[in-house]
Design a binder for this molecule. Structure first.
Ligand code: 15L
Length: 263
């Protein structure tokens, strides 16, 4: 509820539901009316997370670590945090969990690869791996325990594209709202979709999101003039979709990372 995307969504969802409970490890801004509650909660605190899930129909899980981090940080926030959250959802009978997965769950595919919702994870770091774990725990809880899962592999959700890479990966805040609305209302059990706008240069085939009703209205291409040519001088970062998340600590042989092949 206090993070970049949570604050955006809070404004957009305001008044749409009987109750929106906003949680964060730091205090979210105070509740403004009878339809908001704010809770300060560490995702690693099992009892607190279970309590958070009670009396709620749908969880939008944007919490935890949102960039690369040491194992102990990623483990507590994103691995233990995911276990606590999905178990809390199961115990409380929550209908669905929408999860902010990330392009970094598949960040070691190349920028020339066109991947889709069925493409296996290829994490580009500890953070990306924790997002792949979130997708997998959601899969278990969806099929085995009936907690619907909507996995949004978010590209780059910012006010505007900031560099050339974002021409492929950007999602506007308005399209994020549209995607979340699909996740809150569509009929599904478990789905993976890409969290991007209708970008001309997208690396992702987002047909699965469109099938479920996502109709993005923005296109990063409208900002191309400002960001074309804004690239780094790091060849590994420029090679992989995950950019610096992929190149940081990379000591392997890029030639041994195969292109994506279907089937
Ligand atoms: C992410 O997963 C991060 O949370 C976000 O801050 C951006 O770095 C984004 O990926 C990206 O790849 O642009």
């Amino acid at each position: 509820g206090a993070g970049n995307l949570g604050r955006q969504l809070r404004e957009r969802l305001r008044g749409r539901y009987d109750l929106i409970r906003l949680a964060d490890i730091v205090s979210p801004a105070p509740a403004r009316d009878g339809r908001e509650e704010v809770v300060t909660c560490d995702l690693g605190d099992t009892a607190a997370v279970h309590a958070l899930c009670t009396g709620i129909d749908a969880i939008i899980h944007l919490g935890g670590r949102s960039t690369e981090g040491d194992w102990d940080i990623v483990n507590r926030a994103n691995i233990l945090g995911a276990i606590n959250l999905w178990e809390g959802a199961r115990l409380a009978g929550v209908d669905r969990v929408l999860f902010a997965s990330s392009n970094h769950a598949v960040g070691l595919y190349r920028r020339g690869d066109r991947i889709d919702h069925a493409t296996p994870a290829r994490p580009d770091g500890r953070y990306g791996l924790s997002k792949a774990f979130g997708e997998d725990i959601a899969n278990l809880y969806a099929y085995k325990f009936g907690v619907r899962g909507f996995m949004m592999r978010i590209g780059s959700c910012f006010a505007e594209p900031a560099d050339q890479r974002h021409l492929a990966s950007w999602m506007s805040f308005a399209d994020f709202d549209r995607l979340v609305t699909v996740g809150l209302t569509a009929d599904y059990t478990y789905e993976i979709v890409y969290g991007i706008s209708r970008n001309t240069r997208a690396w992702y085939d987002n047909a699965n999101a469109y099938r479920l009703g996502y109709d993005p209205q923005d296109n990063a291409e409208d900002h191309a003039a400002k960001v074309l040519g804004k690239v780094s001088d790091n060849p590994i970062a420029e090679d992989f979709q995950g950019s610096v998340f992929a190149s940081n600590e990379f000591v392997g042989d890029p030639a041994r990372v195969p292109p994506f092949r279907r089937g």
